[in-house]
Every structure is written in structure tokens, then in C-alpha cells.
Design a protein around this ligand. Structure first.
Ligand code: SF4
Ligand code: SF4
Length: 383
């Protein structure tokens, strides 16, 4: 079932002279160009709407430099959906043929293969059951170790989830590129898989998937998420299983750290800011971004450092549509996260989103850092 997508027409009028989230925009931080800040994008779009500017290769390039990370909206006292307004403007630009070449290239891949990485069709649901694990494309093509380790942990907790969406993008990428029809088709494919499999609790590997299912589908695409399907992050589920005595961590693995273990930082994944408190099992009130930290406390003996851009102000690591339009910006965002962790005193960086890991890991040695996947680290310490 589809609803009408929200009207974001007034948002850019509200944003164009407002500086109240400028200081948290990660792209503003790394590029330091006024045009490429929240009010800059608001001004560009509003100027086109007033006939003072036109969409062309230059204005479209500026529009596509936004990371669609949600940090502006998360810090806006009036909750202006600026990222949705930017996505709506991109849809107009893409339809006019002015979008960067990567948009059309990725759009063609998504139309034929459901993912931007490989010419391989996604898999249908792996079976039927109450509990599912949404796999997506990045856990197949970018960082498969995370999927393997997460399944090992879930099996240890007595759960054998139905795999959903293996090899298929959740629709965020198409939406962010200004391809809403493609995004809706991908969202519908997820819903079809859920209906066919009977899954009622869908576990997700990272907040980006949780955001897509619990907010983006309804707020931006007008796609109604089934009311009887609960979305839960794997980290929160594992934490609940430990509390229930169903899962034990702390066994000595190859990565057991000694009293001389190096300081480490947990990097909140891309889109964390869009999931207020992040998802937790019902009845548990403390902030959900503590779940991965508590899991790490169970297996790490080195001191934990906290980067400045964490939790409700966590910046993205670059695993957004920027990878396909302006990859240098994605790299700069990843570098900024590593610099933040290093400044906090970390020598090891841990996170769980497969797309973030794939960007951060190759760059980490340049900063004297080692990057570890959260799920792999935990799986190494199963008792
Ligand atoms: S999102 Fe909110 S804080 Fe940011 S520019 Fe718009 S109105 Fe201002
Ligand atoms: S979505 Fe992110 S990159 Fe885009 S304006 Fe908002 S804070 Fe800046």
C-alpha cells in the first residue's frame, strides 16, 4: 500500500536563511564551502523555485554534495525534513537529465540487479519463520564478514533467522539519488519478501536499515511498513539475549586484549542520528546507542574512548550515495571519522555497518588505526 509522499515545499523556505544546524553538517565540516551547508542547499532550491536560478550541471552538482545523513533534521528544533526536500529536488533534477553521471549508472544497476555493486540478482527469502535478518547489498558485496559473524552470534543465541533482501538495496540509495520510483520498487520488494516468509521480527545489521524501514519508507516514499512486523537492530537483540542468559560473551578469542590492550573507540554507524536512541526491545528504556557499547564492554579490556561526533551527533562515515556521485567527499567523511577517533586517543576503531567498515578499513593505517567489525569481534569471544 502506498501513501502520497510528503510535501516538502515549505522546508527550503524555512531553511534558506537559517544557520541553526550549520555547525553540525558533516559535509560543511569537511568541504568548508557555504553553498554546501544546510542553508546553502535550502537557498539553492528556493532560488530555483523562485526562478532566480536554473538546474544545470553546476547547480545539480552542488545539490548532490549533500550526504543525506539526517544530522541537520536531528538537530532542528522544528524538525524540518531538509534531507527529504533535497531528495525531492534531486528527483526533479534527475528527471531533467542534469544529475551527475553516477546517478544514471547506479539507477540502471538498481533497476536490473537491485544493487549498485555486482551484476547479480538478489535472493528471495531463505525460508519461512517468525524471525528474519535483513541482509541487503553492503553485507554481501562490501563486508561479508559482518553477515557471517552476525549469523554465528544469532545461532549461538538460539535463533536461525530467515534471510531477507540478500543482495538487494533497501531503497535508501535510489531515494537519495533522486530516483523515487526505483526506491519504491525496492521497498515493495522488501515488503513482498516479508509477506512471503511470514517474518514478524526483522533484525537489521545497522541503523541505516532501521532508518529505511521505520522512517524513510513512510516519510519519504509513502510506502506503508506492515504494522505487525517489528524492526530491531541486531546489537539490541544480542544485548537482550545476554540479559536473558541466552547468550554468553567473554570467551578468549584470537583478539582477546590484555591489560596492555590499546584504547579503542566505537564509531556510531551512518544514520545513527536518525534513530533517536536507536531501536531497543520493548520495555527497555535506556538509550539504544549504549547496546553496542555494552556488548564491547563484555569483550574488550582496553579503555574505551568516545569521539566527539558520537551518539545523537554521530557523523556519517561516508557510506551514502556520495560514494557513487562524489566519492572524494565520501572519503573525506571517512577520514574525518578516523581523525576524530584518533584525537580521542583510540588506536582501534570498532563499528558494525558493512558499508562504513568497507570505507574505513583501507584508510585506517594512514591514521595509525586498526578497524574491527563489531560482529566479528563479538563472534570471536563466544563462550
Ligand atoms: S533543518 Fe532546521 S536548523 Fe537546519 S537550516 Fe533548516 S530550519 Fe534551520
Ligand atoms: S543531510 Fe547531512 S549533509 Fe545534508 S544538509 Fe543535512 S547535515 Fe548536511
Amino acid at each position: 500500500m502506498q501513501l502520497e509522499a510528503p510535501n516538502t515545499g515549505s522546508t527550503t523556505d524555512n531553511c534558506r536563511y537559517c544557520l541553526m544546524c550549520r555547525h553540525v553538517c558533516p559535509v560543511g565540516h569537511v568541504l568548508m564551502l557555504e553553498t554546501l551547508t544546510p542553508h546553502g542547499w535550502g537557498m539553492t532550491i528556493a532560488s530555483v523555485q523562485r526562478g532566480l536560478l536554473t538546474w544545470n550541471a553546476d547547480t545539480a552538482a552542488a545539490l548532490y554534495h549533500c550526504a543525506d545523513c539526517g544530522t541537520c533534521q536531528a538537530h532542528c528544533v522544528t524538525d524540518q525534513p531538509l534531507p527529504d526536500a533535497i531528495a525531492a529536488a534531486r528527483a526533479e533534477v534527475a528527471a531533467l537529465g542534469h544529475a551527475p553521471a553516477g546517478v544514471y549508472r547506479v539507477g540502471a544497476m538498481l533497476a536490473e540487479w537491485g544493487n549498485p555493486f555486482e551484476k547479480q540478482a538478489p535472493s528471495g527469502p531463505s525460508g519461512k519463520g517468525e524471525v528474519g535478518l535483513y541482509v541487503g547489498d553492503e553485507a554481501v558485496y562490501r563486508w561479508p564478514q559482518a553477515l557471517e559473524a552476525a549469523l554465528k552470534l544469532l545461532h549461538a543465541a538460539g535463533v536461525d533467522p530467515v534471510l531477507i533482501g540478500k543482495g538487494r538495496n533497501n531503497g535508501y540509495l535510489a531515494s537519495s539519488l533522486g530516483l523515487p520510483d526505483r526506491a519504491q520498487a525496492l521497498a515493495q520488494a522488501t515488503l513482498d519478501d516479508l509477506a512471503a516468509s511470514g517474518v514478524k521480527r526483522l533484525l537489521v545489521l545497522a541503523p541505516g536499515d532501521a532508518f529505511a524501514f521505520s522512517r524513510l519508507y513512510g516519510e519519504r516514499l509513502g510506502v506503508v511498513w506492515p504494522a505487525d512486523v517489528v524492526v530491531q537492530e541486531v546489537t539490541a537483540f544480542l544485548e537482550s539475549q545476554i540479559d536473558a542468559g541466552e547468550l554468553k560473551l567473554g570467551g578468549g578469542g584470537a583478539e582477546t586484549l590484555t591489560s596492555e590492550a590499546p584504547p579503542y573507540a566505537y564509531l556510531d554507524p551512518t544514520h545513527t542520528v536518525r534513530m533517536e536512541g536507536r531501536l531497543r526491545p520493548e520495555g527497555l528504556k535506556p538509550e539504544g546507542w549504549e547496546a553496542p557499547r555494552r556488548l564491547l564492554d563484555a569483550v574488550m579490556s582496553g579503555p574505551r574512548c568516545e569521539p566527539f561526533w558520537r551518539k545523537e551527533r554521530a557523523h556519517p562515515a561516508g557510506a551514502t550515495a556520495l560514494q557513487f556521485t562524489f566519492p572524494y567527499v565520501a572519503m573525506m567523511l571517512a577520514a574525518a571519522r578516523l581523525e576524530d577517533a584518533k584525537s580521542a586517543g583510540a588506536r582501534v576503531v570498532v563499528t558494525e555497518a558493512p558499508g562504513d567498515l568497507a570505507l574505513l578499513a583501507p584508510m585506517a593505517p594512514r591514521y595509525g588505526l586498526q578497524v574491527r567489525g563489531l560482529y566479528e569481534l563479538l563472534a570471536d569471544h563466544l563462550s
